[in-house]
Design a protein around this ligand. Structure first.
Ligand SMILES: [Zn+2]
Length: 133
């Protein structure tokens, strides 16, 4: 697990406050949108049990509670399209939307991964990234 992955998981597990964690990710000197986007997409898709259309109650709840203005383009896209199509559109957005996209994806992962930790992983799991101490 590299430092970025560790930060994402620490945010998800409430070991870093969300806003501070986002700041750490976006202000990292190694910040690279494409890499961070791919990491977050894989994390989110992994955390959703339904591998057919990557939808779940936790996912729906997550996109409805992203702590940004609901009129921001990435959020409108997430609410308007199915998961895979939405993610394909997010990666094509202009650079000015990148930070809003990352903030949205970290929030979604926090919710969907917390759901997974509270269900599938409840009685112990072998996911090394669920152990960030
Ligand atoms: Zn786990």
């Amino acid at each position: 697990m590299n430092l970025t992955e560790k930060t994402i998981n620490r945010i998800s597990q409430d070991k870093i406050v969300f806003s501070l964690g986002i700041k750490l990710l976006l202000e990292d000197e190694k910040y690279n949108f494409d890499e961070l986007f791919i990491t977050l997409r894989n994390y989110i898709f992994n955390s959703i049990p339904n591998k057919t259309d990557y939808n779940s109650e936790a996912y729906k709840n997550a996109i409805n509670t992203i702590p940004l203005k609901p009129t921001y383009t990435p959020i409108v896209i997430l609410k308007s399209y199915s998961t895979k199509i939405a993610f394909n559109k997010l990666v094509e957005l202009p650079k000015s939307e990148n930070k809003k996209t990352i903030t949205s994806l970290v929030w979604i992962f926090k919710i969907t991964d917390t759901e997974r930790r509270n269900t599938e992983c409840k009685n112990g799991c072998g996911h090394y990234w669920h152990n960030t101490d």
